[in-house]
Design a protein around this ligand. Structure first.
Ligand code: ADP
Length: 150
């Protein structure tokens, strides 16, 4: 059976840190679905379909990476796509506290679902979508932090 992992996130925007997690995740899973969680009532900074197309472009040579936009419970979405794993990245203890909570709840909602964490590669540890949005607002060049041209 194919080992399918869901990599859920806001990806506003998708960064080199996220890209690294997917690339390393491909050593563990047969297929990774990058799932952009999008609540239509919540305002994003970068347009969701634009980021989705850019992530597809970044993985155009990897046929086992899919990109989808979703707006439902992650655990339900994983079930629908036959994904038995959720892939997440950990940068620090703040991430850990947050991720610990979500993974416990996801396990409660879908007992078949295992969350797998990869520790960030040190060169990406300081990259966050929040910081990138912040510096972009003030006109800084964010290209060094992204695996695609915006
Ligand atoms: P969310 O809004 O669900 O927190 P994000 O888009 O911010 O989603 O991040 C998705 C996942 O990627 C999370 O598990 C987050 O911890 C991880 N992540 C974010 N930035 C990095 C990075 N620089 N290195 C490794 N993992 C990261």
């Amino acid at each position: 059976m194919k080992r399918i992992a869901l990599f859920p996130g806001s990806f506003d925007p998708f960064t080199n840190g996220h890209y690294d997690i997917v690339k390393r995740g491909l050593l563990l899973f047969d297929e990774i679905i990058v799932a952009i969680g999008h609540n239509t009532k919540k305002q994003r900074y970068f347009e969701v379909e634009h980021i989705a197309s850019k992530i597809k472009e970044a993985f155009k040579d990897a046929s086992n990476v899919k990109v989808v936009v979703y707006s439902e419970l992650t655990s339900e979405f994983a079930k629908k796509h036959n994904a038995k794993f959720i892939l997440r990245g950990l940068r620090n203890t703040t991430d850990f506290e947050y991720e610990n909570g979500i993974s416990q709840v996801n396990k409660h909602l879908n007992n078949q679902l295992e969350t797998v964490f990869l520790i960030t590669s040190p060169q990406y540890a300081a990259i966050s979508s929040t910081i990138i949005r912040e510096i972009h607002k003030y006109g800084a060049d964010i290209r060094p932090f992204l695996p695609y041209e915006l």
